[in-house]
Each structure stands twice: as structure tokens, then as C-alpha cells.
Design a protein around this ligand. Structure first.
Ligand code: ZN
Length: 286
């Protein structure tokens, strides 16, 4: 997407700010060659986004992270930009999003903007809201459907609620039709985790010493039978669900994850931003 002739930020600005900008433009124009104010503003924001993409230090999920490149596909989708992070068009879309959400429209991704965006994403996960009140009860295991062996990443037997499995199957068919990468690697988009009983989660947490800060043991969304972990690739030497930043970045850069970010909502699936492989189906009450 090229540079917008009139910036979104400019369009969304308050009448006073718009008047000020118009005055600046009127003064700048006769100088000839001087960059219009809005263009200079967005070019500066673009430069800061390019830098922050790998250098912003923040802790959006409680653990210090360097840069927001892992989240770039979700951010781009959220603000409706198809441009590179370092492009003024990206900054323009981000500024419009900030303005629409009551933030100062700087066009620059920062801690506060990301925190609010994360809140917006979390609000789309019924499980996130419900589990704050009380951990949802798991469905009776007899009511769950078995994931076909061909869709199981490691061949393990997995269960899901029937309607969630049907939604996943429809999504997989669409992904195969729309994404060439899936034709060469049949494992992509297969499942490596689905329903997990609270008991097995607790046992696994103790056995593997991998309690994810008790989240897995205490209340994982996998107990709902509506949650899937998709194999979307893995960094060499890492299991597909490694939350090491190297693996999260690798997965987030893959074509399969990007397809999910752009298309999963069509099938009722919403992401958990911190784990690119983890998706939750919204089609049924918890
Ligand atoms: Zn998961």
C-alpha cells in the first residue's frame, strides 16, 4: 500500500489540530521542497517504529521482551496496514488506531499502545474474561470428538468439542486451498494439543517442571475443549510450543501464522498473542 495522499491521522485530528496542521502546511508549501508537516511527522514515526520493532524493551506478558516483532502480524492486522513497519503508511494506520482508542496519535508503537492493544485482543477471548471470574468447568469427556489421526502432529490421540473440530476442519481446508506452503509440508496446521483434562495438565506440569507459572496447572483454556495448539512451524532445535523468544519469533514469521492472523476469525478462532500456535474457538459458550 502506498503513502496515503491525506493521512488518516490528519483526517481524524480535532478541528483545532487540523487547523494548526493546515497553517503549517500553508507556511511550508511556498518554501518549496520542504516536506509537508504530516509527511515529516509520519516519516519520523516510521523511523521510530523500525527501531522499536527490535529494540523496544517492555514486558507485556510479565516477562521482559526486546522488540515487538513477534506481534507484528497481529498489530498490522489490528490497524489494517499491509505496509512494512518502517513505512509511513504503517505509522499512519497506527495513529488512526491510537486516536480511535483515545490515545495520543503518535503513530509510534510504545508500551502504552501495546498494552491497550493487548487488552483489546484479550477481550476477544471468552476464556480470558471467564477465567478471571472462575475457572470454567471442563465438558464431559464422553461428549468430545476424536481429532482424525491425519490432523494430529505427533500421532497422539486428541479430543475436541465436535463443533470446534468441525470449525478447525473447515479452516484447514481453506488454508490448504489458499496457502501454497501447506502443499509442501502436510504437517503445517496439524494439531499438537487440543482438550486437556485438568488432572492431566496438573500431572504434566509436575512431571515436566513446566507449569508456566501455574497457568497450566491451575486453569488452562485447553480444559474447555475449544482450544487448539497448531503446528505452524518451529525454530530449528525447538519444540513447536517452546515459548523461547527465538521460537515465538520464528513461528510468527511463518506463512502459516500469517495466514491464521488474516483468516482465523472467519472460522471463529481467536489468538493468544503470546503463543502464536495457541488459538481458541468462540463458537460455543465455555
Ligand atoms: Zn495452547
Amino acid at each position: 500500500m502506498g503513502k496515503a495522499p491525506t493521512t488518516q491521522w490528519f483526517r481524524g485530528a480535532s478541528p483545532r489540530a487540523a487547523l494548526l496542521c493546515a497553517m503549517v502546511l500553508a507556511v511550508a508549501a511556498p518554501l518549496g521542497g520542504a516536506m509537508p508537516y504530516a509527511d515529516a511527522f509520519l516519516a519520523d514515526a516510521a523511523g521510530r517504529n523500525r527501531e522499536g520493532l527490535t529494540h523496544l524493551t517492555f514486558a507485556p506478558f510479565g516477562r521482559v521482551e526486546q522488540g515487538w516483532a513477534v506481534y507484528e502480524p497481529l498489530v498490522a492486522q489490528e490497524i489494517g496496514s499491509r505496509s512494512d513497519v518502517g513505512d509511513p503508511d504503517f505509522a499512519d494506520h497506527l495513529a488512526a488506531w491510537q486516536r480511535a482508542h483515545g490515545l495520543r496519535p503518535t503513530g509510534v508503537m510504545d508500551d502504552a499502545t501495546f498494552a491497550l492493544m493487548k487488552t483489546v485482543w484479550q477481550a476477544r477471548r471468552p476464556f480470558a474474561a471467564a477465567s478471571r471470574r472462575a475457572c470454567p468447568e471442563p465438558p464431559p469427556e464422553a461428549s468430545l470428538a476424536v481429532v482424525p489421526a491425519a490432523d494430529s502432529y505427533g500421532g497422539k490421540i486428541m479430543l475436541l468439542r465436535p463443533a470446534a473440530l468441525a470449525a478447525y476442519t473447515r479452516m484447514l481446508a481453506a488454508a490448504r486451498a489458499e496457502m501454497p506452503a501447506l502443499r509442501t509440508d502436510r504437517r503445517l496446521m496439524s494439531l499438537f494439543s487440543a482438550y486437556r483434562s485438568p488432572d492431566s495438565d496438573a500431572a504434566r506440569c509436575v512431571r515436566d517442571g513446566n507449569c508456566q507459572g501455574i497457568v497450566r496447572a491451575a486453569c488452562s483454556s485447553h480444559r474447555t475443549g475449544l482450544t487448539i495448539d497448531l503446528y505452524l512451524g518451529a525454530a530449528p532445535g525447538f519444540p513447536p510450543d517452546s515459548s523461547d523468544d527465538i521460537n515465538r519469533l520464528y513461528v510468527s514469521r511463518g506463512a502459516a501464522y500469517r495466514w491464521m492472523v488474516g483468516n482465523a476469525a472467519r472460522f471463529g478462532f481467536v489468538p493468544y498473542a503470546f503463543e502464536p500456535w495457541h488459538w481458541e474457538w468462540r463458537g460455543e459458550p465455555l
